[in-house]
Design a protein around this ligand. Structure first.
Ligand code: GLU
Length: 307
């Protein structure tokens, strides 16, 4: 990198403006985003009348409150994205949260979403800040010691995002001495640390900060799930590209408070039912499917024994 500080600052400003234009175009009333979720095509979920889950402390608390509070991401296009103008959340994860809410007897439109970063998910579930979490959350044994997981509802894989003009990085083997960015507390960050110590790894709270740093030449690659990276690349296809084959398995679960097995099993039932009745596919097609990848079959739910 031979850019002077001023040239870099200018490049940063120009690219930040570019990204802002791209997202502003996506939020305009009456002009649906070119590649964003299409509200009119989203399924409507039937609210389960008279549903009760008396054994679930989380469900009882939500019932008293009158609505569910769900943790999510707000800066992951196609998966979980918050429109800064309206405050509305959209994406495949958000639809999974809404269909689940309907199965638990709540009006999905009343769901209150709270943005929680990757590193804070377990704490948010443990201290009751949220009822459950839907946000590109990989199920694994370490996390299962702290929280419960319903699902999986989708199978993602770790991949790499680079600048469109970069032909040096084609896969994880090309990362020696490269600045690679990921989110603190995420499985892709942990995998980089363990398997690719030759890379120069940096962490931020969110992937969108990593992407800003990629566009402004502060880092050379961003690594996380393909689902998330495809969304960023779709926003500025002339600037960014996803390279190589996915190099991990990231089964997405719905995080629930660990002791609340009644809630976990009810959410498992919900995921299965919406997979069977076609809601899952309709939600996928209207959100993540806009990235161009046709809907896979929903994965089988892993209903592991009560804790
Ligand atoms: N699925 C990975 C994880 O749960 C990466 C995406 C994220 O950070 O949400 O850590």
């Amino acid at each position: 990198m031979t850019l002077t500080r001023t040239a870099r600052a200018l490049a940063a400003l120009a690219l930040a403006a570019l990204l802002a234009t791209a997202s502003a175009a996506c939020g305009k009333e009456g002009s649906p985003p070119v590649k964003g979720p299409r509200a009119g095509q989203l399924p409507r979920y039937r609210v389960a009348e008279g549903f009760r889950l008396p054994d679930s402390p989380t469900w009882n608390r939500a019932k008293r409150r009158g609505h569910l509070v769900v943790g999510a991401k707000e800066d992951q296009p196609y998966m979980g994205e918050k429109d800064p103008a309206t405050g509305r959340y959209s994406g495949f994860d958000i639809e999974i949260a809404r269909m689940t809410a309907a199965s638990l007897g709540f009006d999905p439109a009343g769901t209150e979403f709270r943005t929680i970063a990757s590193a804070n998910r377990e704490t948010a579930l443990q201290n009751g800040q949220i009822d459950y979490y839907v946000g590109t959350y990989t199920i694994n044994d370490n996390r299962k010691k702290l929280v419960g997981f319903a699902g999986p509802y989708y199978l993602a894989g770790q991949s790499l995002l680079v600048r469109a003009g970069d032909d040096d990085i084609r896969g994880p083997r090309d990362l020696a001495g490269k600045r690679v960015c990921s989110a603190a507390g995420s499985t892709p960050f942990q995998r980089m640390e363990a398997d690719h110590p030759e890379a120069d790894l940096v962490a931020y709270d969110t992937y969108s900060v990593c992407v800003d740093n990629l566009l402004t030449y502060q880092v050379d690659a961003v690594t996380t799930d393909d689902t998330i990276l495809m969304g960023y690349a779709a926003k500025v296809p002339d600037e960014l590209k996803v390279v190589g084959e996915p190099f991990s398995e990231e089964p997405y679960g719905i995080g629930v408070p660990r002791p609340d097995d009644a809630l976990r099993f009810a959410v498992d039932d919900a995921v299965e039912a919406h997979g069977r009745n076609g809601d899952w596919k309709r939600a996928y097609d209207a959100t993540l499917g806009l990235s161009g990848v046709p809907a896979p079959e929903p994965p089988a739910v892993d209903r592991y024994p009560a804790s």
